[in-house]
Design a protein around this ligand. Structure first.
Ligand code: SAM
Length: 501
């Protein structure tokens, strides 16, 4: 296969659930009359109500002011109004193309299937290893791929309930004729490709416990361990019954909806923060604070996100397994309950019991549905092959002798980016407009999992910064149908004009 020269694709981060859906119908939104199968929902009802209550304005203001200050995002501020809730405003003028925000995710994960295609740091999502490692690993996994492809296909069936599973970037188990030894020597660093030294990637740092997670540095490995992974690691140091429970939880998520892996991270994030706060309080001899008030404090970053129950807010498409809307929503609730029970078997912590209620779990997944942005990191393998393609003729001919067999074997897969989904604390405060003045967009230099917001036009100080949650080029009626999933009717200038016509 010849390498076709194409302009580098623009890497737009989409709203998490934006284009994977047909136009939607939202008749049942927000009215959950389903009885919960979860005993914890009843046992901890008052605590759950406190965890899920909208935080008081003063507390939200303080949280966002501190966040903006600590991350040095002083070009923006969080605003509040009775109509749209929180929103983001400019604290200075922006020119078209300016970066408004590089937001560090609170929780996020690479899609399970995408892990076959792209080896990235499990904490910051930078590509790791080397160009040779990325190519060799992917082709190796493809060559042993029939078992993988059986699993991958299962994920992409239309019968999957929920919209949160990403199906793009899927290795198709395509066979290649490259000898295993060649692929192994690429992976092991024994075989170098021309000019790959111009595309160096961070060395792979292994997780201290398991073989599943890898990092770009010891500092990312430590941060992941302290923030989420120490409770989710199924390595040999983990107690066998917990390890087996973790495997079951992950398998269920991979077979149904990998958004549960992100929900598990939200829970471990809170538990680990709670334990840290408790240690600090004990160290300072502040023993008057109750465990629950420490849990509330640990939960605060997640408490700020706009939430509804997953089975109430997820988009309903009439083609879902030909069931009716009520049974579809019941199916989502049952699915979340099964996932939660598996997670509980693995990491239950009695001091944080309300976090293991279905009500909280459902709201966490629902928060992702309403707020998450696609996690996208462009592949350096694509950049590498483009570089080779653009070499002067004599150098290109020589280089292609070494690279072409791999490019032929990879085909279009060489441009698959790292893909996943993430909740970003500040970007998630941005309201929608069908004529937005900003967009989530990854530039060439944005090679990690931050959410990047760019100005689409000049923005003046104090203007609200808006992004589009949907494809704003769709006709008015389709736009409003999609936005109904977010529980509002858009009244932006474009909608007002088109409504009149
Ligand atoms: C990602 S959050 C945006 C931040 C949100 N305003 C808050 O208070 O947290 C999405 C939710 O904000 C509200 N929203 C966003 N854009 C809106 C708009 N143009 N008009 C009305 N409500 C909007 C809707 O409730 C929507 O589900």
């Amino acid at each position: 296969m010849a390498w076709i020269k194409t302009p580098k694709p623009r890497r737009r981060q989409r709203r998490h659930n934006q284009p994977q859906q047909a136009p939607t119908h939202t008749g049942g939104m927000g009215r959950s009359s389903r009885a919960s199968p979860c005993d914890m929902d009843r046992e901890f009802a008052p605590e759950i109500a406190q965890l899920l209550a909208t935080p008081p304005l003063q507390s939200a203001k303080k949280y966002y002011d501190e966040l903006i200050q600590s991350k040095k995002h002083d070009a923006i501020r969080v605003n509040y109004n009775s109509e749209h809730g929180k929103g983001i405003c400019a604290s200075k003028d922006f020119a078209e193309g300016d970066v408004i925000l590089k937001d560090q995710m609170l929780v996020g994960a690479q899609h399970s299937l995408n892990k076959i295609d792209c080896a990235v740091c499990s904490y910051c999502f930078r590509f790791i290893g080397s160009i040779e490692f990325q190519i060799g690993r992917r082709l190796y996994l493809q060559s042993i791929g029939s078992s993988i492809s059986c699993t991958t296909e299962r994920h992409c069936h239309g019968s999957d309930v929920g919209s949160s599973t990403g199906c793009s970037g899927v290795t198709k188990g395509k066979s290649n004729t490259l000898p295993q030894e060649v692929l192994e020597s690429l992976i092991n660093g024994d075989h170098s490709l021309p000019f790959s030294d111009l595309f160096t990637l961070p060395k792979v740092v292994a997780c201290r416990g398991c073989e599943e997670e890898h990092y770009c540095s010891q500092s990312c490995a430590d941060s992941d361990w302290e923030t989420y992974h120490s409770l989710l690691c199924a390595g040999s140091n983990t107690e066998p019954s917990r390890r087996s429970a973790l495997h079951k939880f992950v398998e269920h998520a991979n077979d149904t909806n990998d958004i549960f892996l992100v929900a598990a991270k939200a829970i471990t994030f809170t538990i680990l923060r709670y334990k840290k706060l408790k240690r600090q309080h004990e160290f300072q001899n502040k023993l008057d604070e109750s465990n629950f008030s420490l849990l509330m404090e640990a939960w605060k970053p997640l408490s700020m996100g706009f939430k509804k129950r997953w089975w109430d807010c997820v988009a309903w498409t009439e083609d879902v397994d030909s069931c009716d809307e009520d049974s579809f929503r019941q199916e989502l609730m049952d699915l979340a309950f099964t996932s939660l029970q598996l997670l509980k078997d693995a990491i239950y912590d009695a001091e944080c019991a309300p976090l293991f209620s279905l009500e909280v779990y459902g709201h966490i997944v629902g928060m992702f549905e309403l707020n998450n942005l696609d996690l996208v990191v462009a592949s350096p393998v694509e950049d590498y092959f483009m570089y080779i393609d653009e070499l002067p003729d004599n150098e290109k001919e020589e280089a292609e002798k070494a690279t072409m067999p791999f490019l032929d074997a990879l085909g279009d897969d060489c441009s698959i980016p790292c893909e996943g989904t993430a909740f970003f604390p500040l970007q998630s405060c941005m309201n929608h407009s069908c004529c937005p003045n900003a967009k989530a967009f990854k530039r060439d230099e944005d090679n990690d999992g931050h959410g990047v917001i760019i100005a689409l036009e000049p923005i003046s100080k104090d203007d609200e910064i808006t992004i589009s949650y949907i494809d704003e080029d769709l006709p008015y009626v389709e736009r409003q149908a999609l936005l109904a999933d977010y529980g509002f009717t858009c009244a932006c200038l474009k909608c007002q004009e088109e409504k009149l016509n």
